[in-house]
Design a protein around this ligand. Sequence first.
Ligand code: FAD
Length: 374
Amino acid sequence: MEPEPGDVAQLIHQVAVLGGGIAGAAAALRLAQGGLHPVWIAQNRQDTFKPGEHLSAAAIPLLKTLGSDAMLRSEVHRHAHSTYSAWGSDMLVERNAIVHLEGPPIVLDRGAFEDALTAQAVAAGAQRIEQDVGNLRVADGLWHLDTGDNQIKVGFVFDATGRKAIVASKFATRFQADKLSCQYALFTSSALEDPRPVTLIEAEARGWWYMSVLADQRVIVNFYSDADLPGFDNAQLEENAHRTKAISAYLSDYGYRISGDAKRITTNSSWIAPAIGAGWVAIGDASTAFDPLSSHGMTTALWSAIQAADAFVAQDRGKMHAYAENVAKGVEQYLTALYQVYSSEQRWVDRPFWARRAGTYAKTDKVPKAENTF
Ligand SMILES: Cc1cc2nc3c(=O)[nH]c(=O)nc-3n(C[C@H](O)[C@H](O)[C@H](O)COP(=O)(O)OP(=O)(O)OC[C@H]3O[C@@H](n4cnc5c(N)ncnc54)[C@H](O)[C@@H]3O)c2cc1C
């Protein structure tokens, strides 16, 4: 019997996806494409700006797998042909010098992108409940999920609740490599000249800066430092952005000023191990949350959602186990690469932010093996 929306409270479901970000949307879509009827518990997105817009070219084949790549052609996104960084020296060098066969990376309108994936998942048959999961417990071999209005019983859950990892963090250990946090604000300009569409990254003694021009010509400015190191208020964020070299020159050339409040958000590198357990799998940031310097969070969200959903649709224990092993391997490779990138900046190794990154990432043994519990 096909579930009707009103029947949700009474039914026992085969599978639920928790969380309405990219990982949740992609998993709900992929499960529905596999012929299942996932319940997708995801609160409506607040209409606020969500940072994290640089979509790596590696995401494009994944979006093709989902049949979602056409959405990148919308004018609300822009191709990121010009990405430069001043890292390890004052010199500004092109960051993505290699030609991407898949196409260039994209600077997304994140809200529009998530809305389009959501619409596709619902059209494919995901049954969306626009609420948060409050309490959850396991009884009689089923998950009992409480959303306030609904008590939902389900056999298997995809935890796509981001860094909160509301299921996975109860049943597996979350590890954290650092305390990275991001302060960000939007900047606007009233100048008539079209700004050059660039992305700039610039290291400094207290951390590093990122600036990118969005398709609507607003500019996002992020300052990355550790959560326990001093942050900025609005005026200080703008003033300190103007003390950089490349980013300051860009903001001044086009007359950009801060608009709205600066916010601070967690961006540390953290991961769950193992990424699967009895009746659950963690995907996206719930399994591995990466430093935004890697530009890989959204790609990993898509990859993990597809891998885990395909394993579930096939009811293939081996595939699900391989997914968890690949997550663990990916964490090790990521930490090694991250260490190499941070240690290539040697100008301020006596300052707290950079001293903390001198050699610690590579020495992790915190990625335990997954039990095959699927
Ligand atoms: C400042 C910043 C810059 C970034 N820059 C980039 C970048 O340039 N490129 C890149 O690829 N990645 C970037 N990232 C990382 C990227 O944003 C994440 O990796 C990506 O959003 C992960 O998607 P997700 O769906 O796993 O998690 P999220 O996007 O965090 O979504 C999780 C969802 O779960 C919901 N949720 C939480 N609790 C519950 C509950 N109890 N019940 C139901 N739902 C719940 C949340 O409301 C949210 O909608 C950046 C991140 C930050 C913070």
